[in-house]
Write a protein that binds this ligand. Structure first.
Ligand code: SAM
Length: 208
């Protein structure tokens, strides 16, 4: 299947992306909705959770992405592979994730991954960065007790900014890691490793 072409970035603050999604009805999305849930935020083409869904049939995987054509493409690929534990949603995670997850049963969300989010380098564009205080609160509120959040980026200033936001949340315990704890790497992670550049990573656990 040819890869769908998309803009490299979209501005999440424009009116088009300020929509309110319908809350997910997981019983319609997964063959076994009761399975532990893994959420990948800013999943792009979704290949990371595609491979994870193949390796871990006893988990359900949800990818959220703001570039709409990628979501359609990723769902078509998942269907082509008959994966009934994988789904992708078009969502502006920085403002609408809470609504999307509103009906998710408590204690189902076991794992959240946020990998190489767009840095929006310029100070005047800082408000476009996906990981803001609201996103952190949303993720922690929906996360199961002992659930894990994995965050990684190759941009040092963004790592400091994101880790600072997570550290403010007293429900989380920070676990220092040097390696990606998952058996799969995202496309961006592989590209960064190929250039031999450093990657900044942290794992958080919800303790209360
Ligand atoms: C640099 S890419 C990294 C993609 C993938 N996680 C990886 O590591 O290869 C960042 C992704 O986050 C998506 N993104 C940025 N802001 C977003 C937002 N507010 N809501 C959902 N996705 C967003 C972008 O469209 C892009 O696909």
């Amino acid at each position: 299947m040819p890869r769908v072409r998309v803009h490299q970035h979209v501005n999440p603050l424009t009116p088009y992306f300020r929509f309110t999604p319908k809350p997910l009805e997981i019983e319609k999305l997964y063959a076994r909705p009761e399975l532990p849930q893994h959420l990948d935020i800013g999943c792009a083409r979704g290949r990371f959770i595609l491979k994870m869904a193949q390796i871990e049939p006893n988990h359900n995987f949800l990818g959220v992405e703001i570039r709409e054509p990628l979501v359609g493409e990723a769902n078509r690929v998942a269907q082509g592979k008959n994966l009934s534990n994988l789904h992708y949603e078009f969502c502006n995670a920085m403002i609408a994730l809470d609504k999307l997850l509103e009906n998710l049963p408590e204690n189902l969300l076991q794992t959240v991954t946020i990998q190489f989010p767009d840095p929006w380098f310029k100070k005047k564009h800082a408000k476009r960065r996906m990981v803001n205080q609201e996103l952190v609160e949303t993720v922690v509120n929906h996360l199961a007790e002992n659930g894990k959040i994995f965050v990684q980026t190759d941009i040092e200033f963004l790592a400091e900014e994101m880790f600072g936001l997570f550290r403010k949340n007293t429900s989380l315990r920070e676990i220092e890691i040097t390696e990606n704890p998952f058996p799969v790497k995202t496309e961006r992670e592989m590209a960064v490793e190929e250039k031999d550049l450093p990657i900044f990573r942290v794992l958080y656990e919800k303790i209360k």
